[in-house]
Design a protein around this ligand. Structure first.
Ligand code: ADP
Length: 156
């Protein structure tokens, strides 16, 4: 049995919703690995190095959370990390439809890797990095949606 869980995502940028999920995981698992990938379809705001740097800053208070870059298949990353659990956050039915497909396909690729889901606090269930990126590009205020380190890095 492993107590390591991998939380993969783009984190472009990390939001208070992501942080809520990370806090929940950090209090229940021995080790949480945040695996940061790049999703070209989503028109990146921040380069990978900046996203990693920001997530590291935000999770610095948790001594059982680490941050790694990942490329390639998630299930390969998970197995190489010596883990068998993947964590994803669920906000609504749209997330569920997408995540169900992803989890089922990952299960076919790697039957020993299990995907677990967590709901964030109600107040964070409508936060999305995609909308945060749109607001940033339009010069709006994202302070209700992201940790302070993100505001400082984006100078907004
Ligand atoms: P991806 O590009 O893989 O969807 P994201 O960085 O957008 O990566 O999200 C990573 C994970 O965090 C996904 O499981 C996503 O559903 C979840 N997530 C995103 N925003 C929130 C939020 N506000 N509350 C809870 N989970 C969230």
């Amino acid at each position: 049995m492993t107590q390591t869980i991998v939380y993969p995502g783009t984190f472009d940028p990390i939001t208070l919703g992501h942080l809520d999920i990370i806090e929940r995981a950090a209090s229940r698992f021995e080790r949480v690995i945040i695996a940061i990938g790049t999703n070209e379809v989503k028109q990146p705001l921040l380069p990978e190095t900046d996203r990693i740097h920001l997530v590291k800053q935000v999770v610095a208070p948790f001594n059982n959370v680490e941050v790694q870059a990942f490329k390639g298949l998630l299930v390969d990353f998970v197995r190489q990390a010596g883990a068998s659990l993947v964590l994803r956050g669920l906000r609504n039915g749209n997330d569920f439809d997408f995540e169900q497909q992803l989890a089922n396909m990952n299960r076919t690729l790697a039957p020993t890797v299990e995907t677990l889901f967590m709901l964030p606090s109600l107040e964070y269930q409508s936060i999305s990095s995609t909308q945060v990126r749109a607001i940033v590009r339009l010069g709006g205020d994202i302070s209700a949606f992201v940790p302070k380190a993100v505001l400082a890095a984006l100078e907004v």
